[in-house]
Ligand binder design. Structure first.
Ligand SMILES: [Zn+2]
Length: 317
């Protein structure tokens, strides 16, 4: 077995590229590239190649088993094509062909939540469990379902889109075009919109002490405001947790997992949100699945994706 692999987490705002020790799952080195302003297939591909080259400098290529890429979007895993990653403005990008020709190393592709779930399963909060659901709360709400140790992909490879389960038939418009999707209520962006809307209407909040003009609200600003018992922030974080817990309860009833792992910036930073959400999710679930359900925070933080990507080569499609 070759000692190392390269894991790449291709997200909407950054590309994280890491050298993974395949035995311990440790991130040995990593390179971070911002993608906020430079989007499109050509620019993204160039950044990935540059990042991999930086990481491989002075290394023996014979010791690298593969490059695994997880992209935020829809992917054709078999052919290694990013079909659509709207946040990166990438469409029909054959990343497998490009990277394997450039580096002469096998390349594997998955999506961002899938790789995070694989990372948590192998070395994080899902280590002792074969049946769980990973839910990540950030700009959107994403999830992956692990059943009998395998990530369930679904007929079109898009299973796990918890962010687009409908929680209000006549509700807010979601980025996907539908109305009332969970992520329009329970994501960090949703909380941001609610807080900003209220501030515009003249309500006051101590979050203004942290908010610079033109900058957006972060999870840590939300946490700091909650520590000061800010009424407005507490109201909207509580509202979001009300919706998220409803979504999670539906998943618990539908899939009957042993464990729900929650991750992402908002979960990491805001304990109030995490605690409230899991308590209510349990209370809203049917009694029998609720009795057995366990909740955990994701354990690998920002690295769960790159670590999982480093093991995509072991996945059987
Ligand atoms: Zn939607």
């Amino acid at each position: 077995m070759k000692k190392y692999s390269i894991g790449i987490d291709l997200g909407g705002t950054k590309i994280l590229i890491a050298l993974i020790d395949r035995e311990s799952g440790k991130v040995l080195e990593y390179v971070k590239k911002k993608t906020k302003k430079e989007k499109g297939s050509k620019k993204i591909t160039k950044k990935m190649i540059e990042g991999i080259e930086e990481l491989l400098e002075g290394k023996n290529l014979d010791e690298i088993s593969s490059v695994g890429v997880g992209a935020a979007g829809q992917t054709d895993r078999k052919n290694g094509i990013i079909i659509a990653a709207a946040n990166l403005d990438c469409y029909n990008l054959n990343i497998k062909e490009i990277l394997s020709e450039h580096f002469n190393i096998p390349v594997f592709l998955g999506n961002d939540v899938e790789i995070a779930a694989i990372g948590e399963q192998k070395f994080g909060a899902g280590k002792d469990c074969d049946d769980f659901v990973c839910i990540f709360v950030g700009t959107g709400v994403g999830s992956a379902i692990v059943k009998e140790g395998k990530v369930i992909l679904g007929a079109t490879g898009t299973a796990g889109e918890i962010g687009h389960i409908i929680v209000d038939l006549n509700g807010r418009q979601c980025a996907c075009g539908a109305h009332g999707c969970l992520e329009a209520y329970a994501s960090r962006s949703a909380i941001e919109h609610r807080i900003e809307g209220a501030l515009k209407k003249g309500r006051t909040s101590c979050i203004l002490d942290y908010l610079e003009p033109g900058k957006s609200i972060t999870s840590s600003m939300i946490q700091k405001s909650i520590e000061r018992d800010d009424e407005l922030v507490l109201q909207y974080v509580t509202e979001a947790s009300e919706y998220l817990s409803g979504g999670i309860a539906s998943i618990i009833n539908f899939i009957n997992p042993e464990l729900v792992i929650l991750g992402g910036g908002l979960i990491d930073a805001v304990d109030y949100f995490y605690e409230k959400t899991i308590k209510k999710a349990k209370a809203k679930s049917l009694p029998v699945p609720a009795e057995k359900i366990r909740f955990k925070k994701a354990a690998l933080g920002d690295f769960s994706g790159v670590i999982g990507a480093g093991f995509l080569e072991d996945r059987v499609l």
